[in-house]
Design a protein around this ligand. Sequence first.
Ligand code: HEC
Ligand code: HEC
Length: 381
Amino acid sequence: MRTTRFSVLALAALLLGGALWAGGALGQAQRFPALGALPPVPAPADNPMSEAKVQLGKLLFWDTRLSGDVSTSCATCHDPKLGWGDGGALSRGYPGTEHWRNSQTVLNSAYYAKLFWAGEVTSLESQASAAATGNLAGNGDPVMMEERLRQIPEYVRRFKDVFGVERPTIGMAWMAIAAFERTLVSKAGQVPFDRYAKGDQSALSLEAKRGLALFQGKAGCIQCHNGPLLSDESYHNLGVPKHPAFENTPLRQITLRYQHVIRGVPEKVYRSADGDLGLYYTTKLEADKGKFRTPGLRELRYTAPYMHNGVFGTLEEVVEFYNRGGGDDPNKSPLVRPLGLSEQEKKDLLAFLLSLSSDRPLIVEPPDLPDYAPMKVEARP
Ligand code: HEC
Ligand code: HEC
């Protein structure tokens, strides 16, 4: 499934004229799906895009009534001004909790087949539901959230307009939010690397061009960060060190142990594990402990800090980490090894990474939210 999706992306890039290096003399590049501009955003057949749906989804993304105590909206942890994350190394949580992972950017999340740091959910629709109802994010009861939507005349009107229904349902709310998220992508022509991929030689500096060659050659990044999204959508363990804030914060340790219990981790592992087990939660295979989904590398300029636990505040730190051969973990991928990059080469790699971000951040202003209104029993949808 993953492979199929991949080749679709790679093929689309090829058709769009973005795939420049597949046959080039750049080290390992030809063994991997080519880098290039992103293809149009895929939308599932049962949730087609429309402008009205996107506008509804935008309202819902900011609406705290889609959480238990009406304190927390998606935008609380995915703030456009903070790269659509929450800016912290480790995410805030629903009141009374603090997350043990970093709040991911939602930029370009529309392109992944698996979402979350360890790929736990498979669509934006189910992701939105998981976020709004999950105890660490929205902690909302679906029936209660649905009743709230039905008590807001403007939503009743908009749901009817978009979905042709008399009564908003919570499932439709997730569909609208997913449609909105499908518009939060790197826009054509905005990203220097994409302009270069389409033939504008002047779009990349000399440094960035050398960085691209390193990325695909000596530094070996292409082994995992490939295709237009710069992700193989597979899972690897890099030995990313723990974040000190995790070590010092009881609330974060509680949420991690909570995760261990609800994901059915065996008693022995529950007692001994003091770190994020990543893909293991899903597979329960020893070899998958500490593996995470390869994130794409677009828009990094705006999405610091980095890694599943935000342990690196800057891209310079990330490059240093790879240069010394990653961290220390029994499951560490053999693909991560000391690189021996010179100071200039590190700068070149960094310049290339920055060329994968839009010239300006994608900012959406918070919308004005519609109000509740008292309704007579017979008028209730
Ligand atoms: C309390 C903070 C918080 C709230 C509220 C929240 N999120 Fe998140 N979001 C996170 C964290 C943390 C992650 C990473 C979780 C993980 O890997 O387990 C995440 C991951 C995601 C991802 C995955 C991105 C990727 O590349 O895989 C998407 C999409 C997303 N959130 C959308 C939403 C939507 C939609 C809502 C509202 C319904 C929402 N989030 C509410 C903190 C939050
Ligand atoms: C073995 C596969 C692999 C290789 C090789 C690799 N990466 Fe990664 N990369 C990953 C994975 C997996 C993560 C997420 C790890 C985590 O959060 O624990 C990641 C995370 C990152 C991040 C952080 C992204 C974010 O949004 O937080 C950056 C930046 C990055 N890699 C750049 C590079 C560069 C530059 C190279 C080459 C020097 C490289 N990677 C080589 C798999 C790889």
